[in-house]
Design a protein around this ligand. Sequence first.
Ligand SMILES: *Cc1c(COP(=O)(O)O)cnc(C)c1O
Length: 346
Amino acid sequence: MKSRVIDLRSDTVSQPTDEMRQAMFHAEVGDDVYGDDPTVQKLEILAASMIGKEAALFVPSGTFGNQLALFTHCDRGTEVILGEDCHIFEHEVGAASIIAGVHLRTLQTVSGKMDLQKIKQSIRPEDLHFPETSLICLENAYSNGGVVDIDYMQEVYCIAKEKNIPIHLDGARVFNAATYLRTDVKEITQYSDSVMFCLSKGLCAPVGSILAGSTEFIEKAKKKRKLLGGGWRQSGFLAAAGIIALVKMTTRLHEDHENALYLANELKEIPGIKVDSTNNHINLVFFQIEKTNRTPEEIEQIFKENDITIFAPDENGNMRFATHYWVTKEDIDKVIMLMQSILIDE
Ligand SMILES: *Cc1c(COP(=O)(O)O)cnc(C)c1O
């Protein structure tokens, strides 16, 4: 057997658990486009109730779910307000311009938050020259590892409601955010009209995300999902793993967070490493190797030779490690020892 590899690149690499594999093997399935896959139905009902929305839809990825939300909420040529560094703007290939055909109005963020006054000022008044503001997007947890407080979300929600503008929450890691805030996830999602979250990150499912919202919104989204080629047939095989992700994995994310804190604290002790502690809220650790004689490729290679998969540092030595179900405290000790030897050996 291949020796076990410690993969720190992302929580997306987390493989399904044995229980998920069993559930997938035995899943009762049907044709979900015809609406008769019982396992998908079970997943969608469970997801909707856990996330605090009327209805939910199983979609192929987080990107798909976010873009489907924009496509469903917004008419072409309307404007969406969102943070300049959010995933929808930065990491989704500019899809909003192609799929929903919307205009993105980005605002500066500080620790994942847009300025409330700026949001108000950016909502377009009725004017012949202006596009209509059709949506505001929030993200929590932020993909920089930070969690945004619920008060901020409530304030944005109130601003939006006053103008009758819906809010979409990119909650790829919203269960991590809830774990960090020690609250039920519904406390966070109540300040959104639609929410997307990933089953395939820290929750360990192999594939899939959920888009949730009102029954009317999800009915509309379902038709658009089909239009985009996301109408799945026996997707109950994947939904079976998603159900376990929701039932079993949402309650253990604190372990990943504790491991990430442990990793951050151990990295801090190594001379030449600067850890970014400001956003150390969830399972992501951002740090910088300040000085080394080795190239980024050499560092990646040394880790690889020790059965640890990482992304090479960028040109400024910045790195990100992610913890997840398949990374234990002992694994972290191994990572730290290797990092020490790399930086001290040279
Ligand atoms: C990962 C992520 C997504 C996209 O999910 P994919 O399944 O990789 O498409 C969207 N938003 C945020 C904040 C993410 O971290």
